[in-house]
Design a protein around this ligand. Structure first.
Ligand SMILES: *[C@@H]1O[C@H](CO)[C@@H](O)[C@H](O)[C@H]1NC(C)=O
Ligand SMILES: *[C@@H]1O[C@H](CO)[C@@H](O)[C@H](O)[C@H]1NC(C)=O
Ligand SMILES: *[C@@H]1O[C@H](CO)[C@@H](O)[C@H](O)[C@H]1NC(C)=O
Ligand SMILES: *[C@@H]1O[C@H](CO)[C@@H](O)[C@H](O)[C@H]1NC(C)=O
Ligand SMILES: *[C@@H]1O[C@H](CO)[C@@H](O)[C@H](O)[C@H]1NC(C)=O
Length: 442
């Protein structure tokens, strides 16, 4: 009797072993769960490859790893991502962006009205929820979760095309400050895109995972996320292998756009000094803004850049025209050194430290007790900002992962875990914190 049992046991063990060993010689299975970062300005999709144990952030046909979070409606189509942005200038009232700011959120009517004044599209109040009014050859409203779903659908299709398998499951990230309703509506957006959401994880936790901090012995992790328009600082604490958000603070009006704006003001003044008048034509201001933006990006890598813009200035009387003012084409050129860019923005850069100090105070931690600092968001590439943070903490921040892709990288790792991908060790990732409030500086 006991011999029979042990024989059955051996057979089972042998089958199990054969299966286990066989697994190593089969082609690696395709990922079936995708990781989604539905950002305010950009979205990305990533997968964990079970065979190699690597995360891949998927690119579109043109090799771009992020798509702009914009959706445009025409009489014949609903376009998402770059195609939508291409229409933004010709179809501004029907091109919706920033929908994440509205998803699942209940607004006071006055606040919603203030918010909508910032956009070229129409935001209307449906019993406290925001909706967007679209007018093509018919007029209708769409919800923020519908906008989200079109972006998620686009990314799902990108993943299916690349992987050659149908995808029905996802893990998605949300800001740590999202409440249950905002999380539910984000899930609803994924459901509308035909995706079942296996887990929702906080963006700072995802970023920490991108650096493998779920696998190493750390207690306190500070995540600084500085994007185009907002700063979010989170203090994570690891307890029993799980991340817990101890404190959050931020500045909803500080980001890369502000740094570009300072450079734009400076160059505008230089144009006025050189030619006697500032640029006034909309196209000129637009061109100057674009070159300033490019210069800002280049200054991250180079000590100086040359701005060179063709402008059509309304100079006075030089050609004796009866109006006394004719458009004169000029070439504006200026060399911008990194030091100048830093001087122009020093006060703004310093503002980054206020929410950092707040989360430390609220988390009752000394800065020396922070084990790792993780930088997220394109603006954290700016060398002066990295230096400021490194000097404050007396240690280097973690910067090896592309700050624009840190969140999606972590979400893809979580998707790999949820997909049961061997050989990843299963690790539960975060403990929800329902009582947390975010301190906002503006
Ligand atoms: C809107 O225009 C499209 C393409 O021109 C047409 O297919 C559609 O039927 C029109 N819809 C309405 C409500 O007129
Ligand atoms: C509006 O919202 C309130 C509270 O959330 C709810 O009680 C009411 O039924 C809603 N009205 C409509 C028309 O949806
Ligand atoms: C969110 O969804 C869950 C599960 O569907 C539900 O139990 C909960 O009441 C929802 N919460 C809010 C605030 O909508
Ligand atoms: C920035 O760098 C790119 C490539 O390195 C170059 O093509 C572009 O002209 C540069 N822009 C400015 C404003 O220097
Ligand atoms: C970044 O994170 C890793 C953990 O994966 C750690 O070993 C490393 O020392 C960290 N710090 C820096 C400055 O890279």
């Amino acid at each position: 009797m006991s011999g029979e049992v042990s024989m059955i046991g051996s057979v089972i063990l042998a089958l199990f072993l054969a299966g286990y060993l066989g697994q190593q010689y089969l082609p690696p299975p395709k990922p079936r769960v995708i990781g989604l970062d539905l950002g305010t300005t950009f979205c990305s999709v990533g997968v964990f490859h079970p065979g190699s144990g690597e995360v891949e952030v998927l690119a579109d046909e043109e090799g771009r790893k992020s798509i702009p979070s914009a959706v445009s409606f025409t009489t014949t189509a609903v376009l998402a991502g770059h195609d939508a942005v291409d229409l933004a200038s010709t179809n501004p009232q029907n091109t919706v962006y920033d929908a994440k700011r509205f998803i699942g959120k209940l607004f006071d009517p006055e606040l919603l009205e203030q918010e909508s004044a910032r956009y070229p599209f129409k935001v209307i109040n449906n019993n406290g929820s925001a909706e967007f009014l679209i007018s093509t050859n018919q007029t209708f409203t769409v919800s923020p979760e519908f906008i989200g779903s079109r972006l998620l659908l686009k990314m799902r299709k990108m993943a299916e095309k690349q992987l050659g398998v149908p995808i029905q499951k996802a893990v998605i990230s949300v800001p740590a400050e999202f409440d249950e309703r905002q999380r539910n509506y984000t899930v609803k957006a994924a459901n509308l895109a035909g995706l079942e959401v296996l887990r929702v994880i906080n963006e700072p936790t995802a970023a920490a995972m991108a650096y493998g901090l779920h696998k190493v012995d750390v207690s306190n992790v500070l995540v600084v996320d500085l994007g185009g328009g907002t700063l979010d600082v989170s203090l994570l604490n690891k307890q029993g292998g799980m991340f817990f958000t101890r404190a959050m603070a931020g500045n909803s009006k500080l980001g890369g756009q502000d740094f570009s704006q300072r450079l734009l003001q400076y160059t505008t003044e230089r144009v006025r000094q050189e030619f006697g008048v500032p640029p006034t034509l909309k196209e000129d201001i637009h061109r100057l803004r674009q070159s300033v933006e490019a210069a800002k990006l280049n200054l991250t890598l180079q000590p100086s850049v040359t701005i060179s813009v063709q402008l059509l200035l309304q100079t006075h009387g030089s050609s004796g025209s009866p109006e006394g003012s004719v458009p004169t084409p000029v070439l504006f050129q200026a060399v911008i050194h990194r030091e100048l860019f830093e001087e122009l923005n020093e006060d703004l850069f310093k503002k980054i430290l206020a929410p950092v100090e707040t989360v430390l105070a609220e988390g009752r931690l000394e800065k020396e007790e922070v084990d790792e600092i993780v930088l997220v968001g394109g603006s954290t590439r700016i060398p002066r900002i990295r230096r400021l943070i490194a000097e404050y903490f007396g240690k280097e921040p973690n910067t090896s992962v592309d700050p624009d892709l840190a969140v999606v990288t972590g979400v893809a790792l979580q998707a790999g875990i949820m997909g049961g991908s061997w050989p990843l060790q299963v690790s539960a990732i975060e403990i929800p914190n329902r009582n947390l409030r975010k301190t906002n500086f503006t």
